[in-house]
Design a binder for this molecule. Structure first.
Ligand code: ADP
Length: 222
């Protein structure tokens, strides 16, 4: 699913140069569940942004699901993102003025799916995360754990082969966090490839494979 060779990301501002990712070669097989741990500032989010086609690397090569995405334009990256990747973020990133079902349906709008089908599929996705009854609620009317379940339903609505999660349990109590992790493990059992960033060792230990980011370098953890 993921194959990178010597990925580097350098941020420059004036005289300042930050080498946030310093040569990451990573393989994630179809159906894998990889947790990336590491201290704050070690480059985890930068790597995730490149893997998620939200940003481009300064150098190195990246093949996603067999496609070389290294030199793609902004539009090209956006198309790959829409087709291949579901995202779950620490802050849920739901639109506050849209209901749960409208939030979940949003990615289908970008794919040109008609409204009626969008809403039907979004209701089914909400049902899968146990939130059918809350479909009309706004994000502010739901708990953090429920909002993250809405975000998971939104990430899955397009059936992406890859799920990327950046600290998905970071803003949740341990019960809700455990529940979110269980949903992601279940998705993985059904075939989704998952890459999850976490600073929580307890979460990482439940993932099939672990790697640690330190000073822009990634090493496997036994
Ligand atoms: P982590 O996710 O592990 O906390 P980050 O990837 O956010 O680490 O950051 C890695 C390094 O890159 C840090 O030194 C951070 O300050 C720097 N960095 C991150 N984003 C930017 C940016 N947009 N511009 C400049 N420096 C950045």
């Amino acid at each position: 699913m993921i194959e990178t060779r010597g990925l580097e990301k350098v941020y420059r501002s004036g005289q300042n140069v930050v080498r946030a990712v310093r040569g990451v070669s990573l393989e994630v097989a179809d159906g894998d569940f990889l947790a990336i741990i590491g201290p704050s500032g070690s480059g985890k989010s930068t790597l995730m942004n490149v893997l998620g086609c939200l940003d481009t690397a300064s150098s190195g090569e990246y093949l996603l699901d067999g496609q070389n995405v290294t030199g793609l334009t902004r539009d090209g990256l956006a198309r790959v993102r829409n087709r291949k990747i579901g995202f779950v973020f620490q802050n849920f990133n739901l639109l506050p003025h849209l209901s749960a079902v409208e939030n979940v349906a949003l990615p289908l709008m970008y794919m040109g799916v008609p409204l009626k089908e969008r809403l039907e599929r979004a209701e089914q996705a909400l049902d899968r995360v146990g939130l059918y009854q809350r479909r009309g609620h706004l994000p502010a009317q739901m708990s953090g754990g429920q909002q993250q379940r809405v975000a998971i339903a939104r990430a899955l609505i397009t059936d992406p082969p890859l799920l990327l999660a950046d600290e998905p349990t970071g803003n949740l109590d341990s019960f809700s966090g455990g529940e979110i992790l269980r949903y992601m493990l279940r998705l993985n059992e059904r075939g989704s490839t998952v890459v999850l960033i976490t600073h929580d060792d307890g979460v990482a230990k439940r993932c099939a494979r672990r790697a640690e980011m330190r000073d822009g370098l990634l090493r496997p953890v036994k």
